[in-house]
Write a protein that binds this ligand. Structure first.
Ligand code: BES
Ligand code: MN
Ligand code: MN
Length: 478
């Protein structure tokens, strides 16, 4: 099989590939939204149908939970118990290359919620091309990148008359954006069904346009909720203000004690297991093309950057733990004024973890610290919503070398090795449970607006990504 033939096929069919991706992007597969369950499944089926059409075998949806339990939240709509969300996995295989390595292609077809809607220049689920970019929720994270895998496989199949240069298994999940509990359970219980020599993940970014990049580390995370309770019911703030505890003030006081002004997390022993990157890694990072001032102005857009003193931006975002507050549901948030002392307040708080921290231990330290600083008159509950391990993958293997070679052919440049500040919980399980190396070859760009309004995928990168994956698979099978 000649990789050039497959690349030529990909080029001839590139426009069709984009049109198909648009169809997938029109499906609002928002995994966290119970109202979108049917759409999430529709996206899974769309992927499965395409995998079948291109010639993959034993294509099926794998249910991740049969006992989907709807639990009632007091005063709220029913929700699905966390950890039992139950969006299906999509599996496909083609295992007819005896003696060749087996590649496990991973991606996720679920997306983040699109709000705030009024900041989108075109609607999030109406994919629109502008200036060589495709704008839509999920364009780059991860439908577009997942589609590169499918289209690389299609191109190789076409060039090889229905054969591939390697054995391939495909596993797609629909819960990545909500913690990936379903796929984690499947890997734990049925790991042998995903037996492979290497995993390929395209769900990360390039460090800069035109710069081929392999991601070799991800932060882990714990996503939590703190619920504070004060009075037994909401109270008139004039009649009871001065006597009744206010859970929002209590929560603000708690949050203010989680981090100091420098960004250092104040949870005792939280940093005990943090490993510094190696000198070699730090040295490599310092020669990456990074201009802090440009990053501040164009990517972040704030007056100054924050974070721990004594660490570079790259180290702070890739190799240091962090703590953030995402929202504080509860109380009065409508238009105008309402004089109420709410009975309850909630905060959604997450922490990013780095090697060798563990989610279990980090959560235990956090929980006992929060419980030790509850303000007077309030009680609280600290809940873990989901978690994932931090990871650093090895770069010393033939699969990584093949990736740098493939991308050199496509981009004409040496690959840079970076870490990602984000999390992809299942990657740790590929390494630990399946014992296989993972190649994180992603083609997003720093300004792709992941999880934000106006998410996009650079179409040049979509096509270069397909070509890189074609060439990589061909090299792995050579
Ligand atoms: N693709 C991202 C993770 C990512 C982004 C890694 C950029 C490296 C660079 C992924 O879809 C994601 O957003 N993950 C969530 C995971 C969480 C909900 C468990 C994240 O990082 O917030
Ligand atoms: Mn992703
Ligand atoms: Mn994401």
């Amino acid at each position: 099989m000649d990789a050039n033939t497959a690349v030529a096929f990909a080029k001839e069919n590139g426009e069709r590939f984009v049109e198909e991706l648009k169809e997938l992007l029109r499906i609002p597969s928002i995994s966290t939204d119970p109202e979108r369950r049917a759409d999430v499944r529709r996206a899974a089926q769309f992927c499965a149908d395409e995998l079948t059409r291109i010639g993959m075998e034993r294509v099926r949806l794998i249910e991740t939970s049969t006992e989907e339990t709807m639990v009632g939240v007091p005063d709220g709509p029913a929700r699905i118990e966390p950890g039992r969300i139950g969006h299906p996995l999509v599996y496909a295989e083609w295992l007819k290359a005896p003696g060749k390595p087996t590649v496990l292609c991973y991606g996720h077809y679920d997306v983040q919620p699109p709000d705030p809607l009024d900041e989108w220049h075109s609607p999030p689920f109406e994919p629109t091309e502008r200036n060589g970019n495709l704008y839509a929720r999920g364009a780059v994270d991860d439908k577009g990148q997942m589609w590169m895998h499918v289209k690389a496989l299609e191109s190789l199949m076409a060039a090889g008359n229905g054969t591939l240069p390697v054995n391939v298994r495909v596993i797609l999940e629909g819960e990545e954006e909500v913690g990936g509990e379903g796929i984690a359970a499947f890997v734990r219980e049925h790991g042998e069904q995903l037996k492979a020599d290497v995993a390929l993940v395209s769900d990360t970014e390039m460090f800069a346009p035109e710069l081929p990049t392999l991601c070799v580390g991800l932060r882990g995370m714990i996503y939590t909720e703190i619920e504070v309770r004060g009075a037994k019911t909401d109270l008139h703030s004039g009649m009871y203000g001065g006597a009744a505890p206010n859970p929002f003030v209590a929560l603000a006081q708690i949050i203010a004690q989680l981090k100091d002004a420098e960004g250092r997390i104040l949870i005792p022993r939280f940093y005990d297991k943090v490993m510094r990157p190696t000198q070699a890694e730090l040295h490599a990072w310092s020669s990456l093309p990074f201009k802090e001032e440009e990053y501040r102005e164009h990517e972040v857009g704030s007056v100054t950057l924050t974070g721990e003193a004594g660490f570079s931006v790259l180290e702070r975002t890739w190799a240091r733990p962090t703590l953030d507050v995402h929202g504080m549901p509860g109380g009065f948030t409508g238009a105008g004024a309402k004089t109420v002392i709410p009975a309850r307040a909630t905060a959604k708080v997450s922490m990013r973890l780095v090697p060798d921290m563990t989610p279990q231990e980090s959560f235990a330290l956090y929980k006992s610290y929060v419980e030790s600083i509850v303000p007077k008159g309030c009680t609280l509950e600290v809940r873990l919503i989901h978690s994932g391990d931090p990871i650093v993958v090895s770069t010393d293997n033939e699969f990584v070398r093949a990736a740098t070679e493939a991308m050199h052919t496509v981009f004409g440049k040496e690959t840079v090795f970076v870490r990602g500040g984000g999390s992809i919980p299942i990657v740790g399980d590929f390494v630990r449970e399946l014992g296989i190396p993972t190649v994180m070859m992603g083609f997003g760009l720093p300004d792709d607006n992941l999880h934000a309004p106006n998410e996009k995928f650079n179409l040049g990168n979509f096509h270069r990504g397909i070509e890189s994956i074609v060439r990589w698979l061909a090299l792995v099978g050579a």
